[in-house]
Ligand binder design. Sequence first.
Ligand code: SF4
Length: 316
Amino acid sequence: MSGEASNMQRYTFGPVPSRRLGRSLGVDLVPFKTCSYDCLYCQLGRTTNKTTERRAWVPTDAVLAELDRLLPAIANACDYVTLSGSGEPTLHSDAGRIIAHVKQHTDIPVAVLTNGSLLDRPELRDELAGADLVVPSLDAGGAAMFRAVNRPAEEVAFETMLDGLVQFADDFDGRLWLEVFLLAGYNALPDEVRAIADAAGRIAPARVQLNTVCRPPAEEYARGVTREALDELAGLFEPAAEVAAEFHGPSAEGAFAPGREDILNMLRRRPCSLADIAAATGKHRNEVIKYIEQLQADGEVASSRSGNVTYYAATQ
Ligand code: SF4
């Protein structure tokens, strides 16, 4: 296993390079865009299945079998096994069992990227206790901005969500990093950032990382802020937040990397490998994989192999 995405991987992707996590094997526990939020900035597009129901959205045994096959091969080529992917991973009712399984079978640390919306549930807090690193999101300091930016499922109340996060942070023995995603004209207004900083103070994570729109968001009007603005806003946190956004290309003016239609147009002109698409769009391959998966599921893209490389082409 060279670290390339394999076409034998159904519930995992990578290992892929990750800015924060080094080389990360992604574990994808929900169908595409199954999430309790519908964030304006979501790089995967709008949520198609907004839910707070925890269940085995993908078959647990198949996930574990895939991990058993992959983990020995990536032991020296991977910094984290990360629950992340196509939606909110904690919606999977066996998230805790999957974390425990990875911990039993490898020394690779386990990370969980979560929107934190379900952490008011004691059983989920217990399940995530087995992870080494948990990275929840917090994009608002109050209910109105929470609804505007994250567009949560009706039953997710801001205060309950925040109390759950605080409770989890109090109990958790691993590392906790808080991610804050800032949008121009929304939660990046200084008073809004101060409110987020107050809430972050209750959570007291090891790090607060500020991010902003660098890739195609769910809504075209979701705009990022400049690097300079993020640097300034970072100082409103105590201690100061880190700026984690990837600024590649002319991000400040909103010239986002192409999305689904652009990839499809590219594939109408000539067959491309994942690496070709990633190079042309500036996207991480795991993100490209998500678009390709959806295009394939919709019958708009088909794959073929030449040597060791898989090529994708539009079907019409
Ligand atoms: S950014 Fe994360 S939490 Fe928000 S809609 Fe997308 S997958 Fe869900």
